[in-house]
Design a protein around this ligand. Structure first.
Ligand code: KG4
Ligand code: ZN
Length: 335
């Protein structure tokens, strides 16, 4: 029988709704971004995000249903991101999904946002199946995971401080590029030399897969201060290129190390940072070298969207893993 899931995502600054058929077929994926609203504050303001989700959600869900050309009576379930994320923002999606579930008497599925990012790959690559090693690099997370099945994950490594995307956003701010930082740093880095300035990479002796990105951020700030004190010109493109190189190399090296040690033959990238061209090129080269198959989502599915939540929700549906009306949002939800 045909499975149709209405999915809702509101964990940060995108209000998104999608209708997904049989797990991997996206009938609609409406994403209403609040970037223009938060830009003037230099980053996401949680309370402003929540209020805008409230304003947008009904329209976004209606548009997703209309584009998919399905009726509420056709739906098999409603899936929603319940964490991790901004608590007020998450609550808007969770409340809406609970209301749809109650009004239409259809099952409710609670999806972990990180599972969603991984599942984005199942949409782009219809034949991809676990097990594989996955790097999830987003604004809030940098994890290396062993994805054992569609619903079971083991954390191999993680950041001990800033997430990779967070580092991109912070560097963008200190070199005056504004929010959102990732794509702006990537664009500027193309004009710079990757060898002009070298920033540090961190290794931990007790876990060879863990990351740290706060050191590279401090190092960029110190570099700028020193240049300022000496009244020397700074080349912002060289800084962007050197910073991006340090982050991309660390992500590639640690993930490849994990894939090799796990004996994996498939390597998967996920999360907002996986949209980065330099990251993709670095992983392409490394995967070719080690004869690993490499997968990453199409650009629109790298950053936050509801289609990926619908796909992750489908696999919870198949394992009869449903939530009830007591579902609450969990800001610091673990994997
Ligand atoms: O997955 P995502 O949309 O939201 C979270 O779950 O956090 O990721 C957003 C993050 C931001 O930090 C953004 O700067 C980063 O992904 N990002 C990028 C690029 N596009 C988005 N970082 C580097 N290069 C990019 N092209
Ligand atoms: Zn995300």
């Amino acid at each position: 029988m045909e499975n149709l899931i209405l999915a809702i995502e509101s964990s940060c600054d995108e209000t998104s709704a999608a209708v997904v058929k049989n797990g991997r077929q996206v009938l609609s994926n409406i994403i209403s971004s609040q970037i223009d609203i938060h830009k003037k504050f230099g980053g996401v303001v949680p309370e402003v995000a929540s209020r805008n989700h409230v304003l947008n959600i009904s329209t976004v869900v209606a548009e997703a249903m209309e584009t998919a050309a399905v009726s509420y009576d056709d739906l098999s379930a409603v899936a929603v991101t319940y964490g991790p994320g901004l608590i007020g923002a998450l609550l808007v999606g969770v409340s809406y999904a609970k209301a749809v579930s109650a009004a239409k008497n259809i099952p409710l599925i609670a999806v972990n946002h990180i599972h969603g990012h991984i599942a984005a790959n199942y949409i782009t690559h219809p034949d991809l199946e676990p097990p594989f090693v996955c790097l999830v690099a987003s604004g809030g997370h940098s994890h290396i995971l062993h994805v054992k099945t569609y619903t079971e994950f083991e954390i191999l490594g993680r950041t001990r401080d800033d997430a990779a995307g967070e580092a991109f956003d912070k560097i963008a701010r200190v070199i005056g590029l504004g929010y959102p930082g990732g794509p702006k740093v990537e664009a500027l880095a193309k004009e710079g030399s990757i060898d002009a300035v070298t920033f540090p990479q961190v290794e931990f002796s007790d876990n060879p897969y863990d990351f740290s990105f706060s050191g590279v951020k401090t190092s960029v700030i110190n570099y700028l201060h020193t240049k300022e004190q000496k009244e020397e010109e700074v080349n912002r493109a060289d800084i962007a290129a050197g910073f991006q190189k340090a982050v991309v190399e660390a992500l590639t090296k640690h993930t490849l190390r994990a894939a090799e040690n796990m004996g994996a033959d498939k390597l998967v990238l996920a999360g907002g940072v996986s949209a980065n061209g330099a990251l993709r090129a670095s992983f392409e080269a490394a995967a070719r070298d080690k004869q690993l198959q490499l997968f990453y989502p199409q650009p629109v599915l790298c950053t936050d969207n509801a289609a990926m939540i619908g796909c992750a929700g489908f696999y919870k549906y198949k394992s009869n893993d449903f939530a009830d009306s007591s579902l609450n949002a969990v800001a610091n939800l673990k994997l």
